[in-house]
Design a protein around this ligand. Sequence first.
Ligand SMILES: O=C(CO)[C@H](O)[C@H](O)COP(=O)(O)O
Length: 211
Amino acid sequence: MKLQLAIDLLDQVEAAKLAQEVEEYIDIVEIGTPIVINEGLSAVEHMSKSVNNTQVLADLKIMDAAGYEVSQAIKFGADIVTILGVAEDASIKSAIEEAHKHGKELLVDMIAVQNLEQRAAELDKMGADYIAVHTGYDLQAEGVSPLESLRTVKSVISNSKVAVAGGIKPDTIETVAAEKPDLIIVGGGIANADDPKAAAKKCREIVDAHA
Ligand SMILES: O=C(CO)[C@H](O)[C@H](O)COP(=O)(O)O
């Protein structure tokens, strides 16, 4: 089981500093969508030059022009790129093809997907590397958690890895890890903690205990 730190609300310099501070505890660091919107793919490039043994994920949440956007993210140093599960099959397929052409991976974000079981099975067949259940910030505010969706997706896929994101904190990660996803994504639970290093360490210990 891998642990990903999602960084959404810092600038690229602060994000790289935070990644370096907690690097020993994480497998993947994400340059979140807000950073890409604010600063562009140079934030991905800066992160990829700042970390050593950590994969860099560019959370582009691609919806169209997928092959091109994946190729650009990879050019700027991304190891994993995200696309939305609600995108057209043609977009998903060209994104997967482009990522794999470069030996990189594609994560499909299931945010706002209504027919979760059916879509996860389709994406699994298409060859998505990761299928990520995700309760976004706007639904987190309504008290929704991604746990039920995680169980649903796990039950219908056989090849893709399963990731989970959405409001996971050091004191709630245990319940998520017990479901044995392949990847747990923690954003604010580490990035906004008073002591991000201690929060990352705690998450790592719990992830490893369930691996
Ligand atoms: O993609 C995102 C928001 O769209 C976040 O990066 C993801 O939800 C993880 O952050 P948090 O743990 O704070 O919810």
